[in-house]
Ligand binder design. Structure first.
Ligand code: ZN
Length: 152
C-alpha cells in the first residue's frame, strides 16, 4: 500500500509533468515575475481580473518540481475565486507551509470541512526548509501581482 508521502509525491510529479494553466494569457490586467535565486526558480503569473474575480490565470516559468507544481496547483486553486477568497487561501497555504502551521494543515477555518485539495501534497516540503521558498514562490508572485493591481 502506498504511503501518504508516496501519494503526495505522485501528486506533485503529476502537476510538474502536466502543469495546469501553463500559458501566456491573450488578455490580462495584472501580472508579476518572481524568482528564487537560491534554487534558480522563476515564475510568471498573469491574471485577468473581472468584477473582483480572477477569471483567468496563466502560470509560466521554469525551475524545480516543487516550484512548478506549486504554481500549477495554485492556478487551479484560485481560478474563478473572488479576490478576498484568494487572500484567505494564500494565507492558509503559507500558514500550512510554515513550521507553526504543522497542526491540522488542510482545514480552512472559514469553511469547516473544506480542504486545500492537491495543495496539501506540498506540506511534506515543510521537512526541507530550503524548499519552502520554492513552494511559496508562485503565491508570493501572485500576491505581488494583486498588490500592483490594487495600487494601480
Ligand atoms: Zn526550487
Amino acid at each position: 500500500m502506498a504511503s501518504l508521502e508516496e501519494l503526495y509525491r505522485e501528486v506533485i510529479l503529476d502537476h510538474y509533468r502536466s502543469p495546469r494553466n501553463r500559458r501566456v494569457l491573450e488578455r490580462s490586467n495584472a501580472g508579476a515575475d518572481g524568482s528564487n535565486p537560491l534554487c534558480g526558480d522563476e515564475v510568471r503569473v498573469d491574471l485577468l481580473i473581472e468584477a473582483g474575480v480572477i477569471t483567468d490565470i496563466g502560470v509560466t516559468g521554469h525551475g524545480c518540481s516543487i516550484s512548478q507544481a506549486s504554481g500549477s496547483m495554485m492556478g487551479d486553486a484560485v481560478k474563478a475565486k473572488a479576490l478576498d477568497e484568494v487572500c484567505r487561501l494564500t494565507d492558509r497555504f503559507k500558514g500550512m507551509m510554515s513550521i507553526e502551521g504543522a497542526a491540522d494543515p488542510g482545514l480552512d477555518p472559514e469553511r469547516p470541512g473544506a480542504v486545500l485539495g492537491d495543495l496539501e501534497a506540498l506540506q511534506g516540503v515543510r521537512k526541507f526548509p530550503v524548499r519552502i521558498k520554492c513552494a511559496d514562490l508562485p503565491w508570493t508572485t501572485l500576491e505581488e501581482a494583486l498588490g500592483i493591481y490594487e495600487s494601480g
